[in-house]
Design a protein around this ligand. Structure first.
Ligand code: GLU
Ligand code: MG
Length: 435
């Protein structure tokens, strides 16, 4: 006998998706009633230890599942149906909770709309690695490497389609046992929802097929990392609004200011977009990740890259045109990542910043003075440094609800306390277990 359960859940500061299950037949009631939630849950770190919490054992919240973010996938493998719904955490009087990642994103998107009238369109591109594959020399990017995981790929793509996510590509990436999956774009909050849903579905496929995967930012400091590349563009109503063929780098003035804001505040938001201790092993030069606050024109070492468009596609140039944010990884809540990027971008628009120059050279070869003269900074090289830049930037902390910055830093300090004294290899090993 079996009764189908659905999990109401949300992404949190640890970059985890946590929630509670209830009978699926009660879904309509639970949309209004929600499920009970505990404030201190926000301080459960990725390693399960609870960081310093301002709430202690006190307080009550409700997590309301959202029908629009409900996923029901029957894998037809004899196992239970995968069923969950992302939602928002509210105070018992209905106000959004200050530490609810999805509400924080909603507020950022509202700011974007208020200031520009635009809607965000985007998709997260995600890299991951199999932890249980014997290293196969010579299969990077190859058909053979893809074939080895074709069954996994096909089950995943079917699950995405069943969840209403438009599948795009699946490939054998360059790193050891590394693969990458891309999906079609979505609007607003759904951009981040899809990123969380995609990760959960990949984990579900792995669990059902007895495989082990990880999205950890980096497994081996000598190898490549697992990046999350956040592709973004704008819509004005239904019309694409990112491309201006006559403008610098073909970015509309608004898109150019948005990118300028993201780069201006990047060193202070990277604590949110790349939030683990090992994230900073990945954000180093010559890894095709991101090490400076630069815009790149089709350059894969830039923090923001203008992506290629093709003249031979059946899709119009204006609809293809997008830029990607590369200083991100899967240790973060996609909702928080996107909120930080959107706030930084809108700040750039409000400040009237001009479209940045795009770099074409290796910035790691420049002396700090030469970098500074051109307005570039090396991104923080450790989590403590990144947190310091975040916490000491009142503009950035001011984008978030009251109390958020303090709780965020305490959370990350709790995570680091757990790792204190451990060697890098052990730290990497722990992160690859939890992400
Ligand atoms: N694995 C690289 C990263 O950490 C990205 C490689 C690519 O350009 O796809 O971001
Ligand atoms: Mg890639």
């Amino acid at each position: 006998m079996r009764e189908e359960l659905v999990v109401a859940c949300c992404t949190d500061i640890a970059g985890k998706v946590r929630g509670k299950a209830f009978p699926a037949v009660q879904f309509e009631k639970r949309i209004r009633r929600g499920i009970g939630w505990t404030p201190t849950n926000v301080q459960i770190t990725c390693f399960d230890v609870i960081a310093d919490s301002p709430f202690g054992s006190l307080g009550d919240l409700v997590l309301l599942p959202d029908e629009a973010a409900r996923v029901r996938v029957d894998f037809e493998d004899g196992g239970p149906v995968e069923h969950f719904a992302l939602g928002n955490i509210r105070h018992t009087d209905g106000r959004p909770w200050e530490l609810c990642t999805r509400s924080i994103l909603d507020q950022a998107l509202e700011r974007l709309h208020r200031v520009t009238g635009l809607t965000l369109l985007g998709a997260f591109e995600q890299e991951f690695q199999f932890r249980d594959r014997a290293p196969a020399l010579g299969d990077a990017y190859s058909v053979a490497g893809f074939r080895a995981e074709r069954a996994f790929a096909e089950t995943t793509v079917a699950a995405l389609a069943a969840a209403g996510i438009q599948p795009d590509t699946f490939m054998r990436e360059y790193g050891a046992g590394q693969y990458e999956i891309t999906i079609g774009p979505a609007r607003g909050t759904r951009i981040a929802d899809n990123a969380a849903i995609l990760r959960e579905l990949l984990k579900a496929v792995a669990q059902r097929t007895d495989r082990k995967i990880t999205f950890t930012p980096i497994r081996d400091p000598a190898g490549v990392g697992n990046g999350v590349h956040i592709h973004l563009s704008f819509l004005d109503g239904e019309k694409p609004a990112t491309w201006d063929p006559a403008a610098k780098h073909e970015l509309t003035a608004t898109a150019g200011s948005f990118v300028a804001g993201v780069l201006k505040y990047l060193d202070a938001i990277v604590a949110i977009t790349a939030p683990s201790l090992v994230s900073y092993l990945r954000l180093t030069p010559h890894r095709w990740s991101a090490a400076f606050n630069n815009l790149g024109y089709r350059d894969r070492e830039a923090s923001v890259r203008i992506c290629p468009v093709s003249d031979i596609s059946d899709v119009a140039r204006a609809s293809q045109f997008n830029f990607e944010f590369r200083a991100a990884d899967a240790a973060a809540s996609p909702h928080l990542q996107l909120a930080a990027i959107v706030h930084a971008g809108v700040q750039g628009i409000e400040e009237g910043l001009g479209t940045p120059d795009a770099t074409t050279e290796d910035l790691s070869l420049l002396e700090p003075e030469a970098l500074a003269a051109r307005g570039y900074v090396r991104l923080p090289q450790s989590l403590p440094e990144a947190l310091e830049r975040f916490a000491s930037n009142p503009t950035v902390t001011g984008w978030f609800p009251d109390g958020f910055a303090d709780v965020y830093v305490k959370h990350k300090n709790g995570e680091m306390a757990f790792l204190k004294g451990k060697e890098t290899a052990e730290v990497c090993g722990l992160y690859e277990q939890v992400y």
